[in-house]
Design a protein around this ligand. Structure first.
Ligand SMILES: [Zn+2]
Length: 136
């Protein structure tokens, strides 16, 4: 286990959401920790206020095609919209550091800020990395 493993931290904060044994890891980088924390906090508060809703159990959290994927069972329509919004937000948040980022990449899609793009803007004048940062 490394410091990059977000699961132990979030599982301690949101045990009811994240206690499914199928959830073994959070397969994304720490830049999305705040996003995941806000999402879990919103879901946990909502579910606590609405005990009639089927409990939401997260079974997988990972990155795919550059974006966050948050798979779960249970919940309701509002949970679904909340998760959808967070998944959309992930497309503008650097997965490494949490700064504002863009979806791009040479080998596969990732969201990176100008600092963490595979080619920094000054070495990528043609925008070949796919991250078209505005140059100062
Ligand atoms: Zn970054």
């Amino acid at each position: 286990m490394t410091d990059d493993d977000l699961l132990p931290l979030l599982r301690t904060r949101y045990p009811a959401l994240l206690d499914d044994p199928a959830l073994r890891e959070i397969a994304c980088l720490p830049g999305w920790l705040d996003l995941l924390n806000e999402l879990c906090k919103t879901l946990a508060l909502y579910l606590r206020e609405h005990p009639e809703i089927e409990p939401l159990k997260v079974v997988r959290i990972k990155e795919k095609w550059g974006g966050l994927r948050f798979h779960y069972n249970g919940g309701d329509d509002l949970c679904r919209r909340t998760v959808d919004a967070a998944q959309n937000s992930s497309l503008t948040i650097c997965e490494i550091c949490g700064a504002a980022g863009l979806l791009g990449g040479l080998r596969y899609l990732t969201v990176r800020c100008s600092l963490h793009a595979e080619l920094p803007p000054d070495e990528d004048p043609e925008g070949e990395s796919g991250y078209t940062f505005i140059q100062e």
